[in-house]
Design a protein around this ligand. Structure first.
Ligand SMILES: Nc1ncnc2c1ncn2[C@@H]1O[C@H](COP(=O)(O)OP(=O)(O)OP(=O)(O)O)[C@@H](O)[C@H]1O
Length: 354
């Protein structure tokens, strides 16, 4: 399809940002099972995008379509400006894919795997050796380079897999569950590698079941559920989507705490959500908790009310639910989006989104 049909700039925040990956109405079924039921994505170049979803949600299917390993049944997808259907070679030249379908051959050494990759990319012998040496060094695999890859730990195999992907100097990398099964140290190493890739200008499309991983790495996160994008936004935007956020007031002075607790109990706070619940005392910490979505509007109304009531806390903190809460709320049987056929638009005012 002509590139002009696909969104190439981020209309929502107003500035032009070339899309590394862009899909409209992407659909895929296996038999009578619909796995992707109209997926729209816009991933700006140079960003990290995380596709989150429970087992079987269709994350790997999405990656396979975008990396041209399988074809979609409907909709459109462009990767690095190339249509996946009409220009798969263009897509393949621009991307690297690692993860569940690792390219590492366990029978040969790490170095041989790298050199094989260099051959596949038609690098000259000397260039292949140079790139191999550089990447083995960068991924801390020099010592293991002459050993068969089958002897590598899980973390080393993942590092080798990414190093092999980088031989082709891809602009976009698909990482399908890159840290599944890794120990915490290896996982943090992998996160550091991913951050460095992005610093070098690479766009990363990540699938993960680890909310912490998406929270750590991703500029934007989409939650895939039941074939659709249930919600999309930054980690903070997602967290603000679900109830459970609150403002906590902490007092050093027990008397000030008691006065505030009494005032809150009596209070009719300006915002309707606050009116019914008031403050919840948490005695041990001399803290009070006021339900809040953390929005500027609610915070202002809370602050105004505190000022008017003459309450001055020693510390005021805003707490939002973590991504686990979001994940369970969005992917459970009774998920919360108000419009079943529409993803929750997080960059609109929250009142509109609910
Ligand atoms: N080739 C295939 N033939 C039939 N069904 C398939 C095929 N590939 C995937 N599926 C089904 O499509 C659904 C989505 O699978 P997919 O691997 O994309 O999910 P996922 O979100 O990556 O899951 P996981 O986190 O478990 O890897 C699953 O129900 C899976 O069984």
């Amino acid at each position: 399809m002509p590139s002009s049909v696909m969104p190439t700039s981020n209309q929502r925040d107003g500035h032009a940002s070339p899309a590394a990956v862009s899909t409209v109405g992407l659909r895929k079924s296996f038999g009578d099972k619909t796995v992707l039921d109209g997926i729209d994505l816009h991933i700006p170049a140079g960003s990290v995008f995380a596709l989150l979803g429970p087992n079987g949600a269709g994350k790997t299917t999405a990656v396979k379509i975008l990396s041209t390993l399988i074809s979609a049944d409907g909709g459109q997808a462009q990767v690095a400006g190339h249509d996946v259907t009409t220009s798969p070679d263009g897509v393949r030249a621009a991307i690297g894919v690692t993860g569940q379908f690792s390219a590492v051959d366990g029978l040969i050494t790490g170095e041989e795997n790298m050199l094989l990759m260099a051959d596949l990319h038609h690098l000259s012998r000397s260039e292949g050796r140079r790139v191999t040496a550089e990447l083995l060094e960068r991924f801390d695999l020099v010592e293991a380079a002459k050993k068969p890859a089958s002897t590598y730990s899980g973390g080393m195999k993942r590092r080798l897999d990414i190093a092999m992907t980088l031989v082709g100097n891809p602009r976009i990398i698909f990482l399908d569950e890159p840290t599944t099964g890794l120990d915490p140290r290896s996982r943090h190493n992998m996160w550091q590698i991913i951050r460095e890739l992005v610093t070098g200008g690479v766009t990363v499309f990540l699938t993960t079941q680890y909310l912490e991983e998406a929270d750590e790495l991703a500029d934007r996160i989409a939650v895939l559920n039941d074939g659709k994008i249930a919600a999309e936004g930054t980690a903070d935007e997602l967290k603000r989507l679900i109830p459970g956020g609150h403002v906590r007031l902490r007092f050093d002075d027990p008397a000030a705490y008691q006065t505030a607790a009494d005032a809150l109990r009596e209070a009719t706070l300006p915002h309707s959500r606050l009116r019914s619940s008031g403050g919840t005392p948490i005695d041990e910490a001399l803290s009070l908790q006021i339900p809040s979505d953390g929005s500027q509007r609610e915070l202002r109304s809370i602050l105004d009310w505190l000022d008017a009531a003459g309450i001055e806390a020693d510390e005021l903190t805003v707490h939002t639910p973590d991504l686990d809460d979001v994940f369970f709320a969005l992917t459970g049987p009774a998920n919360i989006p108000s419009q079943p056929s529409q993803p929750t638009q997080l960059n609109q005012p929250k009142e509109d989104a609910r």
